[in-house]
Design a protein around this ligand. Structure first.
Ligand code: GLP
Length: 241
Protein backbone atom coordinates (compact mmCIF):
# COMPACT_ATOMS: atom_id res chain seq x y z
CA UNK A 1 0.00 0.00 0.00
CA UNK A 2 1.28 3.43 -0.92
CA UNK A 3 -0.04 6.50 0.90
CA UNK A 4 -0.01 9.95 -0.65
CA UNK A 5 -0.54 12.55 2.02
CA UNK A 6 -2.36 15.56 0.57
CA UNK A 7 -2.72 18.94 2.25
CA UNK A 8 -6.44 19.35 1.68
CA UNK A 9 -9.31 18.37 -0.63
CA UNK A 10 -8.02 20.42 -3.58
CA UNK A 11 -4.56 18.92 -3.30
CA UNK A 12 -5.97 15.39 -2.89
CA UNK A 13 -8.08 15.86 -6.02
CA UNK A 14 -5.13 17.10 -8.05
CA UNK A 15 -2.85 14.27 -6.95
CA UNK A 16 -5.45 11.62 -7.79
CA UNK A 17 -6.29 13.33 -11.10
CA UNK A 18 -2.60 13.20 -11.96
CA UNK A 19 -2.56 9.42 -11.52
CA UNK A 20 -5.68 9.00 -13.65
CA UNK A 21 -4.40 11.31 -16.39
CA UNK A 22 -1.13 9.36 -16.53
CA UNK A 23 -3.19 6.20 -17.02
CA UNK A 24 -5.18 7.74 -19.89
CA UNK A 25 -2.03 9.08 -21.56
CA UNK A 26 -0.15 5.79 -21.27
CA UNK A 27 -3.09 3.68 -22.45
CA UNK A 28 -5.66 5.73 -24.42
CA UNK A 29 -8.12 2.81 -24.59
CA UNK A 30 -7.84 1.94 -20.89
CA UNK A 31 -10.73 0.73 -18.75
CA UNK A 32 -11.36 3.11 -15.87
CA UNK A 33 -13.44 2.00 -12.91
CA UNK A 34 -15.20 5.09 -11.63
CA UNK A 35 -16.81 6.16 -8.37
CA UNK A 36 -19.45 8.66 -7.29
CA UNK A 37 -20.07 10.59 -4.06
CA UNK A 38 -18.66 13.97 -3.10
CA UNK A 39 -15.03 12.80 -2.81
CA UNK A 40 -14.25 12.38 -6.56
CA UNK A 41 -15.96 15.60 -7.74
CA UNK A 42 -12.71 17.62 -7.54
CA UNK A 43 -10.90 14.92 -9.52
CA UNK A 44 -13.47 15.05 -12.32
CA UNK A 45 -13.27 18.87 -12.36
CA UNK A 46 -9.50 18.70 -12.73
CA UNK A 47 -9.64 16.08 -15.50
CA UNK A 48 -12.20 18.21 -17.38
CA UNK A 49 -9.84 21.21 -17.17
CA UNK A 50 -6.96 19.21 -18.59
CA UNK A 51 -9.25 17.87 -21.34
CA UNK A 52 -10.31 21.44 -22.21
CA UNK A 53 -6.65 22.48 -22.41
CA UNK A 54 -6.10 19.68 -24.90
CA UNK A 55 -3.89 17.62 -22.58
CA UNK A 56 -6.26 14.63 -22.29
CA UNK A 57 -8.25 12.63 -24.83
CA UNK A 58 -11.01 10.30 -23.66
CA UNK A 59 -12.14 9.18 -27.13
CA UNK A 60 -11.08 5.56 -26.64
CA UNK A 61 -11.46 5.30 -22.86
CA UNK A 62 -13.99 2.81 -21.53
CA UNK A 63 -15.55 3.15 -18.09
CA UNK A 64 -17.38 1.00 -15.59
CA UNK A 65 -19.02 2.51 -12.56
CA UNK A 66 -19.11 0.82 -9.21
CA UNK A 67 -22.74 1.06 -8.28
CA UNK A 68 -26.25 2.43 -8.71
CA UNK A 69 -29.32 2.83 -6.50
CA UNK A 70 -32.03 0.26 -7.11
CA UNK A 71 -35.18 1.95 -8.41
CA UNK A 72 -33.62 5.19 -9.65
CA UNK A 73 -33.88 5.93 -13.33
CA UNK A 74 -30.79 7.44 -15.00
CA UNK A 75 -32.76 10.64 -15.65
CA UNK A 76 -33.29 11.18 -11.93
CA UNK A 77 -30.88 13.78 -10.51
CA UNK A 78 -29.85 11.61 -7.55
CA UNK A 79 -29.02 8.55 -9.66
CA UNK A 80 -25.37 7.77 -10.17
CA UNK A 81 -25.92 7.65 -13.96
CA UNK A 82 -27.04 11.29 -13.82
CA UNK A 83 -24.13 12.18 -11.50
CA UNK A 84 -21.59 10.74 -13.94
CA UNK A 85 -23.04 12.62 -16.90
CA UNK A 86 -23.34 15.94 -15.11
CA UNK A 87 -19.99 15.81 -13.26
CA UNK A 88 -17.85 14.22 -15.95
CA UNK A 89 -19.07 12.55 -19.14
CA UNK A 90 -21.00 15.53 -20.57
CA UNK A 91 -17.84 17.65 -20.38
CA UNK A 92 -15.31 15.39 -22.11
CA UNK A 93 -15.10 13.60 -25.46
CA UNK A 94 -15.92 10.14 -24.14
CA UNK A 95 -18.25 8.01 -26.27
CA UNK A 96 -21.41 7.43 -24.15
CA UNK A 97 -21.51 3.90 -25.61
CA UNK A 98 -18.22 3.23 -23.82
CA UNK A 99 -19.59 4.16 -20.39
CA UNK A 100 -21.23 1.56 -18.19
CA UNK A 101 -23.20 1.65 -14.98
CA UNK A 102 -25.62 -0.85 -13.41
CA UNK A 103 -29.21 -0.08 -14.45
CA UNK A 104 -31.22 0.94 -11.38
CA UNK A 105 -34.55 0.21 -13.02
CA UNK A 106 -33.75 -3.20 -14.52
CA UNK A 107 -36.87 -5.37 -14.11
CA UNK A 108 -34.91 -8.42 -12.95
CA UNK A 109 -32.26 -7.64 -10.33
CA UNK A 110 -30.45 -10.96 -10.56
CA UNK A 111 -30.27 -10.75 -14.34
CA UNK A 112 -28.91 -7.20 -14.06
CA UNK A 113 -26.13 -8.32 -11.71
CA UNK A 114 -25.26 -11.16 -14.10
CA UNK A 115 -25.29 -8.77 -17.07
CA UNK A 116 -22.92 -6.39 -15.28
CA UNK A 117 -20.49 -9.12 -14.29
CA UNK A 118 -20.48 -10.47 -17.85
CA UNK A 119 -19.82 -6.95 -19.10
CA UNK A 120 -16.89 -6.55 -16.67
CA UNK A 121 -15.58 -9.87 -17.86
CA UNK A 122 -15.89 -8.89 -21.53
CA UNK A 123 -13.98 -5.64 -20.95
CA UNK A 124 -11.08 -7.56 -19.42
CA UNK A 125 -9.05 -6.12 -16.57
CA UNK A 126 -9.92 -2.74 -15.14
CA UNK A 127 -6.70 -0.74 -15.56
CA UNK A 128 -7.42 1.71 -12.78
CA UNK A 129 -10.23 1.57 -10.23
CA UNK A 130 -11.04 4.83 -8.44
CA UNK A 131 -12.76 4.53 -5.05
CA UNK A 132 -14.15 6.70 -2.28
CA UNK A 133 -14.87 5.29 1.16
CA UNK A 134 -18.08 5.33 3.18
CA UNK A 135 -17.97 6.36 6.86
CA UNK A 136 -18.36 2.67 7.80
CA UNK A 137 -15.46 1.67 5.53
CA UNK A 138 -17.54 0.50 2.57
CA UNK A 139 -16.32 0.73 -1.02
CA UNK A 140 -18.82 0.82 -3.85
CA UNK A 141 -21.83 -0.26 -1.80
CA UNK A 142 -20.12 -3.28 -0.23
CA UNK A 143 -21.61 -2.82 3.21
CA UNK A 144 -20.27 -4.45 6.41
CA UNK A 145 -20.98 -8.16 6.06
CA UNK A 146 -19.96 -11.59 7.33
CA UNK A 147 -18.02 -12.33 4.12
CA UNK A 148 -16.55 -10.47 1.13
CA UNK A 149 -19.06 -10.77 -1.74
CA UNK A 150 -17.32 -11.62 -4.99
CA UNK A 151 -19.34 -10.29 -7.90
CA UNK A 152 -21.99 -7.68 -8.66
CA UNK A 153 -24.88 -8.02 -6.24
CA UNK A 154 -27.91 -6.29 -4.80
CA UNK A 155 -27.31 -4.95 -1.33
CA UNK A 156 -29.52 -3.58 1.45
CA UNK A 157 -28.02 -0.25 2.50
CA UNK A 158 -27.07 0.08 6.15
CA UNK A 159 -28.62 2.74 8.40
CA UNK A 160 -25.21 4.49 8.51
CA UNK A 161 -25.07 4.71 4.70
CA UNK A 162 -28.67 5.88 4.41
CA UNK A 163 -27.90 8.62 6.95
CA UNK A 164 -24.64 9.57 5.21
CA UNK A 165 -26.26 9.79 1.77
CA UNK A 166 -29.37 11.57 3.06
CA UNK A 167 -27.75 14.93 2.20
CA UNK A 168 -28.21 14.29 -1.52
CA UNK A 169 -32.00 13.77 -1.19
CA UNK A 170 -34.84 16.03 -0.10
CA UNK A 171 -35.84 13.79 2.79
CA UNK A 172 -34.60 10.58 4.37
CA UNK A 173 -37.56 8.58 3.04
CA UNK A 174 -36.35 9.35 -0.50
CA UNK A 175 -32.99 7.60 -0.01
CA UNK A 176 -33.24 4.23 -1.76
CA UNK A 177 -32.91 1.24 0.58
CA UNK A 178 -31.13 -1.00 -1.96
CA UNK A 179 -28.32 -0.67 -4.48
CA UNK A 180 -26.44 -2.72 -7.05
CA UNK A 181 -22.71 -2.79 -6.51
CA UNK A 182 -19.65 -4.36 -8.02
CA UNK A 183 -18.28 -7.01 -5.66
CA UNK A 184 -14.94 -7.26 -3.94
CA UNK A 185 -13.43 -9.61 -6.54
CA UNK A 186 -14.38 -7.20 -9.31
CA UNK A 187 -12.56 -4.44 -7.44
CA UNK A 188 -9.56 -6.51 -6.31
CA UNK A 189 -8.98 -7.74 -9.88
CA UNK A 190 -8.23 -4.20 -11.05
CA UNK A 191 -4.62 -3.65 -12.09
CA UNK A 192 -4.32 -0.56 -9.93
CA UNK A 193 -6.63 0.83 -7.23
CA UNK A 194 -6.72 4.44 -6.04
CA UNK A 195 -8.87 5.39 -3.06
CA UNK A 196 -9.45 9.01 -2.10
CA UNK A 197 -10.49 10.20 1.34
CA UNK A 198 -10.92 13.73 2.59
CA UNK A 199 -12.01 15.33 5.83
CA UNK A 200 -12.25 14.41 9.48
CA UNK A 201 -15.49 12.50 8.91
CA UNK A 202 -13.42 9.85 7.09
CA UNK A 203 -10.65 9.59 9.70
CA UNK A 204 -12.17 6.63 11.59
CA UNK A 205 -12.91 4.74 8.35
CA UNK A 206 -9.35 5.31 7.07
CA UNK A 207 -7.88 4.10 10.36
CA UNK A 208 -10.10 1.01 10.51
CA UNK A 209 -9.61 0.09 6.84
CA UNK A 210 -5.87 0.57 6.42
CA UNK A 211 -4.44 0.37 9.92
CA UNK A 212 -6.64 -2.37 11.36
CA UNK A 213 -7.45 -6.02 10.68
CA UNK A 214 -8.68 -7.22 7.30
CA UNK A 215 -12.36 -7.98 7.78
CA UNK A 216 -15.57 -7.94 5.70
CA UNK A 217 -17.00 -5.72 8.44
CA UNK A 218 -14.81 -2.98 6.90
CA UNK A 219 -14.85 -3.86 3.22
CA UNK A 220 -12.05 -1.46 2.20
CA UNK A 221 -9.65 -3.33 4.52
CA UNK A 222 -9.10 -6.02 1.89
CA UNK A 223 -7.28 -3.42 -0.21
CA UNK A 224 -4.32 -3.92 2.15
CA UNK A 225 -3.74 -7.10 0.13
CA UNK A 226 -3.90 -5.43 -3.29
CA UNK A 227 -0.45 -5.37 -4.96
CA UNK A 228 -0.94 -1.90 -6.48
CA UNK A 229 -3.07 0.11 -4.09
CA UNK A 230 -2.65 3.85 -3.46
CA UNK A 231 -4.47 5.78 -0.77
CA UNK A 232 -4.65 9.50 -1.52
CA UNK A 233 -5.87 11.17 1.66
CA UNK A 234 -5.72 14.64 3.09
CA UNK A 235 -4.36 15.50 6.52
CA UNK A 236 -7.81 15.55 8.13
CA UNK A 237 -8.63 12.04 6.86
CA UNK A 238 -5.25 10.84 8.14
CA UNK A 239 -5.58 12.63 11.49
CA UNK A 240 -6.22 9.42 13.47
CA UNK A 241 -3.29 7.42 12.16
C1 GLP B 1 -21.56 6.10 -1.50
C2 GLP B 1 -20.91 5.46 -2.72
C3 GLP B 1 -19.45 5.17 -2.48
C4 GLP B 1 -18.77 6.41 -1.94
C5 GLP B 1 -19.40 6.77 -0.61
C6 GLP B 1 -18.73 7.95 0.05
O1 GLP B 1 -21.93 5.20 -0.54
N1 GLP B 1 -21.57 4.24 -3.06
O2 GLP B 1 -18.86 4.77 -3.71
O3 GLP B 1 -17.40 6.17 -1.78
O4 GLP B 1 -20.75 7.10 -0.88
O5 GLP B 1 -19.23 9.13 -0.51
P1 GLP B 1 -18.65 10.57 -0.24
O6 GLP B 1 -17.45 10.69 -1.08
O7 GLP B 1 -19.74 11.49 -0.66
O8 GLP B 1 -18.36 10.67 1.21
Amino acid sequence: MKIIRAKDYANMSRQAANIISAQVILKPDCVLGLATGSSPIGIYEQLIKWYQKGDLDFRYVRTVNLDEYVGLDGGYAQSYAYYMRSHFFDHINIDPANTNIPCGTAPDGEAECRRYDELLHSLGTIDLQLLGIGPNGHIGFNEPDSCFTKGTHKVALSEATIRANRRFFEQEEDVPRFAYTMGMCDIMNAERVVLVASGEAKADAVKAAFFGPITPLVSASILQLHPNFTLVADEAALSKV
